[in-house]
Design a protein around this ligand. Sequence first.
Ligand code: HDE
Length: 706
Amino acid sequence: MAADPSTPKLSSAQIADAKIQRGQGGETHQVAEGDVPVLTTQQGVPVADDQNTLRAGARGPALLEDFHFREKIFHFDHERIPERVVHARGYGAHGFFETTDTLSDVTRADIFQRKGERTPVFVRFSTVAGNKGSADVARDVRGFATKFYTKEGNWDLVGNNIPVFFIQDAIKFPDLIHAAKQEPDRDFPQAQTAHDNFWDFISLSPEAMNMALWIMSDRTIPRSFRFMEGFGVHTFRFVDAKGNSTFVKFHWKPKLGMQSVVWNEALKLNGADPDFHRRDLWDAITTGNFPEWEMGVQLFDEEFARNFDFDVLDATKIIPEEIIPVRRVGRLVLDRMVDNFFAETEQVAFCTQNVVPGIDFTNDPLLQGRNFSYLDTQLKRLGGPNFTHLPINAPKCPFHSFQQDGHMAFRNPKGRANYEPNSWGGEAGGPRESPERGFRSYQETVSGDKLRVRPELFADHYSQARQFYLSQTKIEQTHIKNAFVFELSKVETPAIRARMVSHLLNVDEDLAKMVADGLGLKDLPKAAPPARPVKTDLKPSKALSIIENGPSSFAGRKIGVLVTDGVDAAMLGALQKAAEAEGAMVELVAPKVGGVTMSDGKMMPAKQKVNGGPSVLYDAVAVLVSEEGAKLLSQEATAKDFLNDAYAHAKFIAHVPAAAPLFQKAGLTDMDGGFVALNKAGDAKAFVQACRAVRFWEREAKVHAV
Ligand code: HDE
């Protein structure tokens, strides 16, 4: 508004006048100078005074005729729109999708026809359960929604970072979400599933068991959006030019490899920086380190679907990559932040029904329900049927329809015809349908009785949960066990805890016993009777483990360096150089944010003051204090926390000899293989190389006794 260049400019005489007037009132407010646009009302009327309401006398009542005041407050009162019922907390960015392998053999979708072609996209990442202002590193599924502005219309792939879902039928979605969100009488806890209602619902819904294993894994505490996978979840259809169909499941693979934080770190991160994930995306994109994912597809036909152990319409199941490999067909690069969060990220309206010619739905009962829900929800959130007119939602290809009017219609069709068929020829007659180019649904033969029932294979609730658990490394299995124990320890009703253990007995007996033990459960309950026998012969899939699919370098990660006055300038320089060569970042944490005086007398500014820059913000840490500095920080609790947390979170820790007293004071005497001594400049490189393993996992067993 105020930035509109067409708004009137002040003449120098007016500026002088305005300054004098302010001078009389004694205020020090800034007034427009030279080329700065003049503040106006929404009607374009220049505003002379934005500091005082119009009054009858200096101490008199406000006057109703103050249209500037009324307009300003009226608009402010209506700034909010309803937050999303789910996925309220989110963060988006622009970018492009580049087709790297054509798919013309299986789909007529225009976006997949030409290798090297780039299609603009907007991606919004989110958590599911938390409200709009909740913390980023809540244990939760992450949304991964992509809007492709293709040449044949917008395609929305509204996915998650976990390939399965809690429920099989959309009719259960309100129950699931009610149970997951704050309990309705007390309105807490928010942004966490560690409460009775959630586990009550889950333990009464055996179909949720596969997802329960996934959400208790580290997939739900990703290091940031840049380090997680994405999935379309449902089975979709590709349709070729002749109308033949191939089933497809969509995948996103992060270029930086997968990485998660550890649970205790997540708890602390949410206090230290509730915006940890959005800040990470902002920092990466604004510094030119554009996050990237590969798109992969699993393609299969009706025959495979008929013979597969599970129903491909069941969104609680995956097809392991070892059975159907993921074919890489494109890359997604996010390279531009939004200009305005509300206009773009808040108002973006994803709809699963947004498909383009060549991409079609299947009868997955979740997907079918979603196709109703998303359009419906946009009406509520954005206030009318014209949300597609908002720039973030409008297609970038030509589009024409006879839809008109409604709230905020600023794109009504021109000309006489607003219906068809019509006999007004040429342009006046408006657009016409195209049997060749137009979207055609896959011609599927459908018949059946009208009933409320689920297909038989949907009833296998445990086999893939077991497969998921057995596909994890030992460290990840321990994290899953600990997560169950943590969450169920927050559940106040013992019967719910026991009911969950009765399900886990069908997944893996050892897991169930360890969870029972962790909960202090005296008697092991009986296993819940499975509706179908549990398949114990499913092969573990390496693709399901985060650690097995970690990074090959330390690129994109951050080292926190604790420094004090007198820091060895050469060593710090070597560390910065080694990190840069790896594509990693270095941030200084110091007693004062103004910085430190290095050994060479030069000043180096810090990013964080030590009490505001805990080590949870970093992937690895280095302690480059001087002898004097070590003495100073030995008296500072947050400096000792910095080290203790880095140690407990199994991080790699580099240290100069002068730091020894600080480690002593912090009680860290066991310098295990995760410590790297920095004695000479070359050691900095060795440290960064060690960090490629992301964590020194062997240490974990030593720091958790219960
Ligand atoms: Fe959603 N979901 N969902 N969902 N979902 C919404 O739409 C819904 C489901 C997902 O960044 C809502 O615009 C139903 C699965 C993402 O703006 C709502 C069912 C998957 C986002 C809705 C599901 C998702 C949403 C709320 C059960 C992964 C955020 C606001 C059938 C494949 C999109 C909105 C964004 C948002 C309904 C299940 C992903 C209420 C009824 C499965 C990423 O319409």
